[in-house]
Design a protein around this ligand. Structure first.
Ligand code: HEM
Length: 543
């Protein structure tokens, strides 16, 4: 009797368990059917021109691999014009790519277009909930406090640090050069990465990482290890983590563990830096000579009259990780590509050296003003930022059904001519910095060539777009790069200091690959080595 009732209870429990399991399985099936078959039928992008592809065929490589996009985008523009749709992870995931200036201005300035939730989750995993991941009012509030740290005056205040660290790099190269050996190969990617880290440490937070001396500082190592996890691309586990943010809590892989350990190190350091800086500022009572980004930021935060608008300590901490990222890799990569292009164009390199001839005999204050009056330096820096933008592209998601205005009407697949692109809520839009910078219709038929002199007489379309410093490289609108002046001055100083002391020549064939930013890699025997590096033959001009 007893065992029979036990059997009945067990049977009932089994039924409940099956039902409980059935609910998520059914939910998953409905979700899949909706995503793969129902939603795509109503997608307005179906009517847009663009490459066709099967249910699980992707065009992401053609759109996002910087090693081929400088060519593939040109072909798409020829075939489909300035705006087209393509397959993300399959034909169920149609996405829009546009380099139509009017459409870009509309999208990048409208609060209706935000970074997709997965992108924001990735940014939050790496950089916390700083300004990179913020949208709406939270973003406006953070931006308001951050902006004073990046005015032309604030940036000029930290320029001596740029000179000081760039000179230190030159001394390091000289010390490591074997006497009498001309054209010794140095991995400039690696050296410039360490230099930019030291610069953002000192100029950003009044902190010495000493990365140029030795790569043993724990915050530097934590940062490198964390971003090193992104070098091999996202991979299926990361894509799952971004879709289901609770997953790493129950299934953490090596990448999750490295990121979590690295963040702990960076946060412990950051909290200490903020605390120290606050105490110094309190004791100096406004007389501080410290011009670091952090000091200006803390001052702006304290001076904010509305308490609700002030950033909390946790938010300040997240900005530190943000600046560490924004201020190191993107700038060092920009200098890397500039040196690479100069190594491939020795005549431009010599002309630049001539322009800078009197530079080394000046004192530091005059050097900064002098660099402002060097047109070729300005053109070389802008031209390399145009040809090789560190941020290859970015992405936005429509948060409502909308009509995006275009300057060039689009011939839709049904033959109609559209002056507005209809877009459904939830659709992804790729904003291609590189494709815009290389577009022949905007920059002229020689758009894919390195020609600094083009900046003396730009075509009207290249002159009139909204990008910062005349480029799409820093994007534009409310989410554009606040650090662009800082970056431009740092690149100018480092290039000027290096070029006046060394000659740079190519050592290997170089390709580009995307790992958060577009990095260089060596091609040997036709094979692409996925470890980022830029070996250049360096010859001292002063020895
Ligand atoms: C050559 C160097 C740099 C390049 C090419 C670059 C490029 C960009 C781009 C394209 C964006 C917009 C991304 C998007 O909307 O998806 C951006 C945003 C940002 N950048 Fe930079 N950046 C550079 C240097 C810097 C520096 C030096 C800093 C600070 C020290 C910085 C801090 C930021 C921040 C905080 C944002 C987020 C702005 C927001 O969402 O409101 N960047 N950057």
């Amino acid at each position: 009797m007893f065992s029979l009732s036990l059997l009945a209870i067990s049977f009932t429990l089994l039924k409940v368990l099956c039902l409980l399991l059935l609910v998520p399985v059914l939910y998953l099936c409905v979700w899949l059917v909706h995503m793969l078959y129902i939603a795509p039928r109503f997608d307005t992008l179906n009517n847009m021109p663009g490459p066709l592809g099967g249910k699980l065929e992707t065009h992401l490589n053609d759109m996002m691999n910087p090693n081929i996009t400088s060519k593939s985008h040109g072909k798409f523009i020829e075939k489909y014009g300035f705006s087209w749709r393509f397959n993300g992870f399959g034909s169920f995931d149609l996405r829009l790519l546009t380099l139509d200036p009017r459409a870009l201005a509309y999208i990048l300035n409208s609060p209706a277009y935000q970074k997709p939730v997965q992108t924001r989750r990735l940014l939050s995993i790496l950089l916390g909930k700083g300004i990179f991941a913020a949208e709406g009012d939270a973003h406006k509030r953070q931006r308001k406090v951050i902006n004073p740290a990046f005015t032309a005056q604030s940036v000029r205040g930290v320029a001596p640090i740029f000179f000081d660290k760039a000179e230190k790099l030159c001394r390091k190269i000289t010390a490591e050069t074997t006497t009498g050996k001309e054209g010794q190969s140095f991995d400039m990617y690696h050296l410039l990465g360490r230099l930019a880290f030291d610069i953002i440490g000192a100029a950003g937070f009044g902190w010495e990482f000493h990365a140029l001396d030795s790569e043993s500082e724990e915050v530097y190592l934590a940062y490198r290890r964390m971003f090193g996890t992104m070098d091999a691309g996202p991979g299926p586990k990361l894509l799952l983590d971004l879709q289901f943010p609770w997953l790493p809590k129950i299934w953490a892989d090596e990448r999750n563990r490295i990121i979590s350990r690295s963040n702990k190190t960076i946060h412990t350091w950051g909290a200490q830096v903020i605390e120290d800086r606050k105490q110094i500022m309190a004791s100096e009572k406004g007389t501080s000579q410290d011009k670091s980004i952090l000091s200006v930021l803390l001052k702006a935060n304290m001076e904010e009259s509305n308490n609700a608008q002030r950033l909390s300590d946790a938010e300040l901490l997240d900005q530190l990780s943000t600046f560490l990222f924004g201020g190191s890799d993107s700038v060092s990569i920009a200098i890397v590509w500039c040196l690479h292009l100069l190594s491939l164009h020795p005549t431009v390199q010599s002309s630049l050296r001539e322009e800078l001839a009197s530079f080394r005999s000046m004192d530091a204050d005059d050097q900064t003003s002098f660099l402002d009056s060097c047109p070729l330096l300005e053109y070389v820096v802008k031209e390399s930022l145009r040809l090789a933008p560190p941020v290859h592209s970015t992405i936005r998601m429509a948060t409502k059904d909308d009509l995006i205005p275009v300057s060039r009407p689009v011939t839709m697949r049904d033959g109609t001519l559209a002056t507005h692109i209809p877009i459904k809520k939830g659709s992804y839009i790729h904003i291609p910095m590189e494709a815009f910078n290389l577009c022949k219709d905007i920059w002229g038929s020689d758009a894919d060539e390195f020609k600094p002199e083009r900046w003396t007489d730009l075509p009207p379309a290249a002159r009139s777009h909204l990008g910062l410093a005349g480029l799409m490289t820093f994007s534009f609108g409310p989410h554009s790069c606040p650090g662009f002046r800082f970056a431009l001055l740092e690149i100018k100083v480092v290039v000027a200091v290096l070029i006046t002391q060394f000659d740079f020549a190519p050592a290997e064939t170089i390709k580009r690959f995307n790992a958060v930013v577009s990095r260089p890699a060596v091609v040997k025997d036709g094979q692409f080595d996925s470890n980022a590096s830029l070996p250049l033959k360096v010859t001292s001009l002063t020895l």
